[in-house]
Design a protein around this ligand. Structure first.
Ligand code: CDP
Length: 131
């Protein structure tokens, strides 16, 4: 059986990366993540990412490229991350998050990221710096 995929977006706009602080479940609340969620059966990962970012943040986005690698989440799940561009809307914490922050490449270390998100965040910061 393949691992169940959770997709997350390294959403970039004007040289900054969006960080989202989880409001639930209790063991993850207060930690920061790249927003995203589970790919549903029959859905492609990029399609799932666009849907999740619309549901959670109220924005339209364009997945750009997959950040190489995948990271185990336990319980048969793996995290895959895409860079994405903001097409329209202002990100708003509609569900799952209680704070959002745009971080420049030198600010990404100022929030407490979920451990499993850290490699992708580091790569996204490198891409921002080189852009
Ligand atoms: O929104 P949905 O219920 O589909 O998924 P979620 O609860 O946002 O994410 C599913 C699981 O993936 C959670 O247990 C998170 O711990 C994990 N996750 C993560 O580790 N890093 C992310 N950037 C996004 C989700």
């Amino acid at each position: 059986m393949d691992d169940r995929v959770v997709v997350a977006g390294a959403l970039c706009d004007r040289g900054r990366l969006l960080a989202a602080r989880r409001s639930a479940p209790p063991e993850l609340a207060g930690r920061w993540e790249l927003p995203g969620g589970k790919v549903e059966p029959g859905e492609g990962p990029e399609e799932a990412l666009v849907r999740e970012l619309r549901e959670e943040l109220g924005v339209e986005t364009l997945p750009v490229e997959r950040i190489p690698g995948q990271w185990p989440l336990g319980r048969g799940r793996v995290l895959q991350v895409w860079t994405a561009r903001l097409l329209s809307g202002e990100p708003t914490p509609l569900e799952d998050h209680d704070e959002l922050r745009w971080l420049g490449p030198d600010e990404v270390h100022t929030v407490d990221w979920l451990d499993q998100d850290r490699p992708a965040v580091a790569e996204a910061a490198r891409l921002l710096r080189d852009a």
